[in-house]
Ligand binder design. Sequence first.
Ligand code: NI
Length: 272
Amino acid sequence: MGDTRGSVQVIDTHAHLDHERFRDDLDDVIARAKAAGVWPVIEVGSDLATSRAALGLVRRYPGLLAAVGIHPHEAKTASDAALETIRAMASEPGVVAIGEIGLDYHYDFSPRDQQRRAFAAQIAIAKEVGLPIVVHDREAHADTLAILKSEGAAAVGGVMHCFSGDWKLARSVLDMGFYISVGGTLTFPNATSLRDLVARLPLDRLLLETDCPYLTPVPHRGKRNEPAFVVLVAEELARIKGVNVHEVATETTRNASILFRMANLLRLNAHC
Ligand code: NI
């Protein structure tokens, strides 16, 4: 327990490296991630432009992976043509998921009926192309769960990114075969209930993420988040679970490789 010698190999399953805050030093950010043992990174789109940018990053950084989709904030842009573009992008090399998709009733940047429609439509696309989904749910637990069920999302599986739900929601999505992803929030001093929840969740269903540039873990809060910092989340998860950080790394990497169907991931990771 507590042995942190040797390099840790983990995956950042949720990043937004296309964000303007990475514009000037992305090569350095990627180099720091790899040096910290964080690879691959999954770059997640939130509209057509950022999904397209994710495909560009796949070409620029070999091994980097992508999710394409329309975020609930942007659901008002999810026209039939836009959804058709997402469907087309989903079969591009390096795309491992549809996301991020879901519901956000905290900000309500798009009308709720449009959020629900875009969410359902993109679950249908995921089922059509055979990719898992990356789900954003903020203050919309009941509707998120209802849509996951009514649209048959269990057929493709997915991850509840930056999980903010309670035990009941966690239990329901785990029963559907979903994974639960935790990020920098796990290290926040006031996140006691999240830590208590995570302590009860099975390690074989957890993923690690940064959601960078947002949600920077302690002790870097106030600064920009970046993939290398996901190691701090792994360490916090290890502390909560009372296991070695290497066990957290191995388990969460295996989980990600199963969910995102990255057959070569474990091998790649062992050699990077
Ligand atoms: Ni995100």
